[in-house]
Design a protein around this ligand. Structure first.
Ligand SMILES: N[C@@H](CCC(=O)O)C(=O)O
Length: 276
């Protein structure tokens, strides 16, 4: 047993959909939530940038003594998880594999809505077809969604219009399942539900990554049985802006601090001239 915190991070308020699941499935765990709001959206970034950001965040979380970290961000999970997970001495979980497994369990014609970077990485198609190569997968990049959510324009008629546009190619393929391939997108559930036929099952990887965290904590004997401390929220951008936006999902105004992330040491390399 350990009372150490679980670290959770995203570019912004998307990770709150994972936090909500943590509160539901692991009510005794204390959480450290970080949102890299100064550098969002992640979905248009290169792999090198995402790797650098993720290393900084995990290094900071290590300094805060977390016992596990959850990348509550598909873009980071798609572009950085494989590389960084062996660089830290605590388990690091991503959302894509748990989401892909859950989707294969219910669907044969699977649509994935994601950031442009996640869609281009093909991470969902690979993970799904590794489980079942016969399942068909269509991935759509939705560049406008994260900025609209972060600007609190969820109920703006434009958000509905653009959602119709993004879902159109998936509806044409008669998908039976739709995966939220970005943790921000469950915040759009009421809008997406209005557009999708009732027969389409929505899969939220947040539910499944937290189920995987439960198993991992059990396996490692790391569960906390003593009751949770209030979640600590850190951001790289404006704390007040994050607090104002997230109150609608948290049900109360959180105390948010601004965090200055550490700069990781460059990997040691031997200069070519010094090799005989
Ligand atoms: N929550 C996002 C990050 C999106 C972004 O900042 O573009 C994800 O799951 O990928």
């Amino acid at each position: 047993m350990t009372t150490a915190k679980i670290g959770v991070f995203d570019s912004g308020v998307g990770g709150l959909t994972v936090l909500r699941e943590l509160y539901r499935q692991l009510p005794n765990e204390s959480i450290l939530y970080f949102a890299d709001t100064a550098r969002l959206p992640y979905g248009n970034r290169s792999q090198a940038e995402i790797l650098q950001f993720v290393r900084q965040i995990l290094l900071w979380m290590q300094q805060q003594g977390v016992k596990m970290a959850i990348m509550a961000c598909n873009t980071s999970s798609a572009l950085a998880l494989e590389t960084v997970r062996c660089e830290f001495d605590f388990p690091v979980l991503g959302v894509i594999l748990p989401g892909a497994r859950a989707a294969v369990a219910v669907g044969k014609r699977i649509g994935v809505i994601a950031t442009p970077a996640t869609a281009a990485s093909n991470a969902y198609r690979r993970a799904i077809q590794e489980v079942d190569p016969k399942v068909q997968v269509w991935q759509v990049g939705c560049p406008a969604f994260v900025p609209l959510i972060e600007q609190n324009r969820i109920n703006d008629p434009y958000t509905y219009e653009i959602a119709q546009e993004y879902l159109q190619p998936l509806l044409q393929q008669q998908i039976d399942t739709l995966v939220y391939g970005c943790t921000h997108y469950p915040h759009l559930a009421p809008i997406l539900r209005r557009i999708l036929p009732k027969t389409v099952t929505l899969v939220d990887p947040a539910v499944h990554v937290v189920a995987a965290a439960v198993q991992e904590l059990d396996l490692l004997g790391l569960k906390n049985h003593q009751g949770a401390k209030p979640t600590r929220f850190g951001v790289s951008g404006c704390p007040q802006q994050f607090a104002r936006l997230s109150v609608q999902w948290l049900g109360c105004t959180p105390a948010v601090e601004q965090v200055c992330l550490p700069v990781p040491m460059p990997l040691q390399s031997v200069p070519i001239e010094s090799i005989d």
